[in-house]
Design a protein. Sequence first.
Length: 412
Amino acid sequence: MAAQATGGSTAVGTARVVTCLADVSISPEMRFTTGIAEFDNVLGGGLVRGSVVLIGGEPGIGKSTLLLQAAGLLGKRGVSVLYVCGEESPQQVRSRADRVGASDGISLLPEVDVSSVEATALAERPQVVIVDSIQALFDPGLDGASGSVGQVRATAARLVRMAKTHEITLIVVGHVTKDGTIAGPRVLEHMVDTVLYFEGDSDHTFRIVRAVKNRFGSVSEIGIFEMGECGLAEVPQPSGVLLAQRVGGVAGSAVMAAMEGSRPLLVEVQALVTPSYGQVPRRLAVGIDTSRVLQVLAILERRADVALGTHDVYVSVAGGVRVTEPAVDLPLALALASAHRERELPHDRLAFGEIGLTGEVRAVPHASARLREASRMGFTCAMGPSKCEAGSTGIEYCGVGSIRSALEDVLG
Ligand code: TYD
Ligand code: MG
């Protein structure tokens, strides 16, 4: 019986032989390590052969720099790399490669037509193909300009198919734009094995590479880098770098023991509170969600008698880092109250803890990791939730039950 054009086929297909799941053999995955420990770790222990990695981030954040460095190191280790530069000239790539000291074993392909990229990769058979960027490529058989959703999807799907069929490791760069005019890497996330995003702002040198999806590793991993004269340098001890510019004796500064994935990180939360001359007081936050700041302001007013309704409030996490976890509440509240009362907080003390709407300080995970990092960085006292598995970390721990008692404790 012929299939209906609209209703689909009702014909019975051919039966296939099924496999017992337990009989499926798995070979241990083979990985290429770059030697950049922060990058290898975030990948879950290096690049898996035949896997597809998407690296997203805003233009100018350092995606090409990191990949060129990684490509150079892979080349030095005898791994063949094909670098497809779709948006920069070979001269630009060469000059960046010289700057970061990478050129060994990298073949360059200035090309934007995805069919030529595929044909070249199949002829050259490199072990790793880097496509910089997916928005620059286009499929001549399709309508739409390069960078449109259709083109980005189609070109990526074609390259992913090639990588999987021929066991070529593929790294794809995707730009994220704030205004969203270009199809972002989000449309590709489901197609790839690993998704890494670059964070940080181009005004600061600090960069965090975060795994948001990884079929071959944990998503709680991050890599921390600093952009310098010779490319991206690893920062194995980021707390020291982030606190290096902290000055003592100033009101409105609180140190937080934060967690970035599975790693503790000490950051400085700064607040400035000034009388407001406008009709509506200003609330500006950098590195913390404004909604979080508004909630902490409301809690301070209702639960601790710190009323900032007639004041402008500016909040910032120093160093261009973003803190999204609720544990920022307590250090944020301390910084705000300290700024308001113009009284500095003890210099050798830090804080962490979520604050509930009734003003209670709530437990947060990884207390002992936070405290160990605090102790390592020379802090002698930490303030946090009273219900907390602090363990023995060689630091004096001051558990507080509410925001009111926390403020009494440090500001009197
Ligand atoms: P780039 O890797 O080109 O960013 P993306 O590929 O994500 O768009 O990085 C560009 C920025 O990094 C640019 O502003 C210059 C800066 N940079 C350095 O500061 N030092 C360096 O060694 C390099 C190569 C770049
Ligand atoms: Mg680039």
